[in-house]
Write a protein that binds this ligand. Structure first.
Ligand SMILES: Cc1cc2nc3c(=O)[nH]c(=O)nc-3n(C[C@H](O)[C@H](O)[C@H](O)COP(=O)(O)O)c2cc1C
Length: 166
């Protein structure tokens, strides 16, 4: 084996998971940001975690509101995944800019993209500094799914978004 960098390892471990992190903007609309670094943590109680750069607007919003929904996008959201992963909600209303169709979930103040495979509705439990990111540890309040939709993943590191071939 040869020594490689951690970013180079991310290519080798492709396909990597992809989620769209949904948080409440100050105007009550939703901010969307693409996040690959998320994981299940516990089934009992239901918990997940994700890591976001310290500078992200999404991080600012979840620390302020304590609420976040992680959605798993389908193929119809491929361009939204790339768009929401390359612009910050601090300067852009991404839903309007990328023309993303939204839907409501029961008992949830945050609207999420239509054509999501799953939506994991969370309360922020705690967050920790981890290098240049914060790790957000969340309690899962409810999970919704549409089994007709097919999840996409990040390939070639994080540059290509497509489903896993069967
Ligand atoms: C495929 C893909 C995966 C990404 N994964 C992450 C991630 O896990 N953590 C992170 O902080 N940023 C990740 N990003 C970058 C953020 O989505 C990007 O910095 C975004 O502009 C943050 O938006 P915000 O400032 O509105 O929160 C990813 C981008 C792409 C395209």
């Amino acid at each position: 084996m040869q020594k490689i960098s951690l970013p180079a390892a991310a290519k080798i471990t492709s396909p990597n998971p992809v989620s769209i992190v949904c948080t409440l903007r100050e105007d009550g609309e939703t901010n969307l940001a693409t996040v690959s670094w998320w994981t299940y943590l516990s089934y009992n109680p239901s918990m997940i975690a994700y890591a976001m750069a310290k500078t992200s607007y999404s991080g600012e919003r979840v620390r302020e509101t304590g609420k976040v929904v992680l959605t798993i996008p389908s193929e119809a959201l491929t361009s939204a995944v790339l768009g929401c992963g390359s612009t910050t909600g601090r300067k852009t209303d991404k839903v309007a800019r990328f023309g993303i169709e939204m839907q409501s979930l029961p008992d949830c103040p945050i609207r999420v993209p239509a054509h999501s495979c799953a939506a994991i509705v969370c309360d922020l439990k705690e967050f920790h500094e981890v290098g240049d990111h914060y790790l957000y540890i969340c309690n899962v309040e409810q999970v919704c799914a549409d089994e007709k939709e097919r999840a996409v993943f990040a390939w070639n590191g994080y540059s290509e978004i497509r489903p896993v071939k069967v």
